[in-house]
Ligand binder design. Structure first.
Ligand code: AMP
Ligand code: MG
Length: 419
């Protein structure tokens, strides 16, 4: 339980042992931001639902005719029976309008000349090409055929996908008013430490403001979780036990920071072992070594998952992004491949000769160049130094013992939100 785990082993274990919350919510389409589908959704209506024009122009019958008489006009939204086009006839038509029976192609209006004749229907013919010849008309050109994109009954969206704006648009295009989603994950966030003061309140001597809780509450909200602010826990065992047990009654997960190391004032791990189960603590990483996870049993046999982040703000940030968040994303419904931190390869634009035995995560910026991304560490790399992380674009992974030379390829984990 206290062996120092490698980061990748810890991540693999977290991804395997956290699985999507059971059940589903029917969520209205206007509130699907960041939600994850609980099950597959199928195509209800063929797309397109009917043959329609891809252009403003003329639907024609007979692609080889020298000219066509315009016998009808069809706009988007027009319905009902239209005349069937006979060879040599055309319909004035607009983008999205149903093409009439008999149509063999749609000509773009820019490609035709129109002649008005008194007492007779107007007539159109193709404008000659730049070489003076008549352009060829391909069978079905500019006609979007019914079901050419999607056919009713086929799968539309797979289960366990986070709904992107485009996916939400697709659901709307199928007439869905609601989507079956994995229940929204309820996360309660605590800070821990007698030295912590609430921002906005005066500071007493020896106090610092609590930064982690606000960082985590906002981060979780951005990602679509239902968050509860649990406040600041004192460095005492009994109130900590009580707060964890109480939160576990309603939360799917508890996220706390501080009080998880080896000092006499660190009560979080003891509290967890008494009200629930501590699965692991201590990783071979820098920063973030004391990261701890476990769970508290709930009524009905479910588990409230618990993630304890080290108190130093950058340690909290790194272990949240690289470990707690992937586990939360699994609970929220994502498959392992999508729950794991998004990673890119980038070239070091720096030198670092110090060989750190632990796997390290540096706060970095990325620069896009012709040969890919180049990565540059920010100035303040201490684990208490949030200033070096405030506008960091990514974390760069330095494997144990690696001395970095410029051009060395590193794995980086963008801190930006992704779909
Ligand atoms: P701990 O893990 O409780 O030993 O805390 C390690 C360091 O992080 C100490 O300097 C704490 O004051 C600091 N710290 C703990 N929690 C927070 C927090 N919520 N915001 C800012 N700093 C914190
Ligand atoms: Mg503390």
């Amino acid at each position: 339980m206290s062996d120092l785990l490698d980061y990748h082993d810890a991540l693999a274990t977290l991804l395997q042992t956290h699985t999507p919350l059971p059940g589903e919510d029917a969520v209205p389409l206007a509130h699907l931001h960041q939600r994850v589908l609980a099950r597959e959704v199928r195509v209800v209506h063929d797309v397109p639902a009917f043959d329609n024009s891809a252009m403003d122009g003329y639907a024609i019958c007979g692609n080889d005719c020298p000219s066509w008489q315009v016998v009808q006009r069809i706009a988007a939204g027009d319905a009902g029976a239209q005349l069937r086009l006979e060879p040599g006839q055309a319909a004035r038509i607009f983008t999205g309008a149903p093409v009439p029976q008999g149509a063999t192609a749609v000509l773009m209006q820019e490609h035709v000349e129109r002649e008005e004749a008194a007492g007779a229907p107007p007539c159109i013919r193709l404008r000659p090409g730049s070489d003076g010849t008549r352009p060829a008309v391909a069978e079905g050109q500019n006609i979007r055929r019914q079901a050419e994109e999607l056919r009713a009954g086929e799968p539309l969206l797979a289960a366990h996908q986070r709904l992107t704006p485009a996916a939400i648009g697709l659901l709307a295009a199928q007439g869905y008013a609601q989507a079956p989603c994995v229940p929204q994950l309820r996360v309660t966030v605590f800070s821990s430490g007698n030295e912590l003061a609430e921002p906005g309140q005066p500071l007493r001597e020896g106090q610092i403001y609590d930064s982690n809780r606000l960082m985590l509450l906002n981060w979780l909200r951005t990602l679509g979780f239902a968050v509860t602010d649990g406040g600041i826990l004192p460095d005492r065992l009994a109130p900590t036990q009580q707060a964890l047990a109480q939160a576990a009654r309603t939360a799917d997960a508890i996220l706390c920071s501080g009080g998880v190391s080896v000092g006499e004032e660190d009560h979080l791990k003891t509290a967890l072992t008494t009200v629930g189960e501590l699965i692991h603590w201590r990783l071979f990483i820098k920063p973030g070594k004391p990261f701890t996870w476990g769970h508290i049993p709930q009524e009905g046999g479910r588990l409230c998952r618990v993630f304890m982040l080290p108190g130093n703000p950058v340690s909290s940030l790194v272990t949240f992004q690289q470990l707690a968040l992937p586990a939360l994303q699994r609970l929220a419904g994502l498959p392992q491949a999508q729950a794991r931190p998004w990673q890119l390869q980038a070239k070091a634009a720096f030198t670092r000769h110090k060989a750190e035995p632990r796997r390290e995560f540096l706060r970095v910026n990325l620069q896009s160049q012709a040969d890919g991304y180049h990565v540059q560490p920010l100035g303040q790399q201490g684990s208490a130094m949030l200033s070096g992380a405030a506008f960091a674009q990514a974390l760069a992974e330095i494997p144990p013992g690696l001395r970095v030379e410029p051009g060395q390829v590193l794995t980086v984990y963008p801190l930006a939100e992704r779909f």
